[in-house]
Design a protein around this ligand. Structure first.
Ligand code: CA
Length: 232
C-alpha cells in the first residue's frame, strides 16, 4: 500500500470513546483522520475534505449511517468512495442492507482496533489494484466491453448499443456485486441537467437486457433501490 500519510480517513461515530479509540489507532498507523459525530456532519466533511475512505457507524442520530451510505453512493463524485461500516451484532439486517447499498466491508462491535486497521488496509489495497488496472476493457463471461473502441462483443460478435445503453452497462461492469441506485445511474449516464424520471433507467435496462440475453439473469433489480450486476 502507498504511504498511509497520503491517506485521509473520515471516522463517523457518535460514541465519543469509540471515536477517540479509532482515531488513536489510525493515527498511530500514520493515517490522517477527520471525525464527524452526525450523519449531516459526515456528508459535509466528505464534500469539503474529500477523504479517501470513510469508517461509518450505522447508529447515528438524525441521519442514520445507512442513509449516509445511500447518499454517498447516489452522488457520482462519491459513488466509489471506500466505506467500512461499524455495526452491532443486533443490527445484522441493517448490515445486509448496508452492503446492498454499497458499503465495501463491515466490522462488528465490539471490535479490536487492530481488526479495523487490517480491514482498512485491505480495502485500500483492493482499490489501488483497481486503479492500477488502467481498465481499457471489461469482461463478463463471454461479453467484452472495449472502452477505447466503444464496442461491446459477445462471443466476438459485436452488439450495437446506444450511448446510454453503453453508459449503463459500463457502470454495471465497473462494480459487479454493488447496487447502483437509479438516481446515481440517471445522474451519471444522463447528467444532472436531464429532467427525466428514474423510469427512464428501467426502460433502458430492459432494452439492454433484450440486446444482451446473456446478461438477462445477471442484471438484477434490487427492491426499490436500483440495479446490480451479479458477481461473476
Ligand atoms: Ca453510534
Amino acid at each position: 500500500m502507498s504511504n498511509p500519510a497520503s491517506k485521509k480517513i473520515l471516522i463517523v461515530e457518535d460514541e465519543h470513546d469509540i471515536l477517540q479509540l479509532v482515531k488513536l489507532y489510525l493515527e498511530k498507523e500514520g493515517f490522517r483522520t477527520l471525525s464527524a459525530t452526525t450523519g449531516a456532519e459526515a456528508l459535509r466533511q466528505v464534500r469539503h475534505e474529500k477523504p479517501d475512505l470513510v469508517v461509518l457507524d450505522l447508529m447515528l442520530p438524525e441521519i442514520s449511517g445507512l442513509e449516509v451510505c445511500k447518499r454517498l453512493r447516489s452522488a457520482p463524485e462519491t459513488a466509489m468512495l471506500p466505506i467500512i461500516m461499524l455495526t452491532a451484532k443486533a443490527e445484522e439486517s441493517d448490515t445486509i442492507i448496508g452492503l446492498e447499498l454499497g458499503a465495501d466491508d463491515y466490522v462488528t462491535k465490539p471490535f479490536s482496533p487492530k481488526t479495523l486497521v487490517a480491514r482498512i488496509k485491505a480495502l485500500f489495497r483492493r482499490f489501488e489494484r483497481k486503479a492500477d488496472d488502467g481498465q481499457a476493457q471489461y469482461r463478463y463471461g463471454t461479453l467484452v466491453m472495449d472502452l477505447a473502441r466503444h464496442e461491446v462483443t459477445v462471443k466476438k460478435v459485436e452488439v450495437p448499443l446506444t450511448a446510454k445503453e453503453f453508459g449503463l452497462l459500463e457502470h454495471l461492469l465497473r462494480s459487479p456485486g454493488r447496487v447502483l441506485t437509479r438516481d446515481l445511474l440517471l445522474n451519471t449516464v444522463w447528467g444532472y441537467d436531464y429532467h427525466g424520471t428514474t423510469r427512464t433507467v428501467d426502460v433502458h435496462i430492459r432494452r439492454l437486457k433484450q440486446k444482451l440475453p446473456s446478461l438477462n439473469e445477471a442484471i438484477v433489480s434490487v427492491k426499490s433501490l436500483g440495479y446490480k450486476l451479479k458477481d461473476p
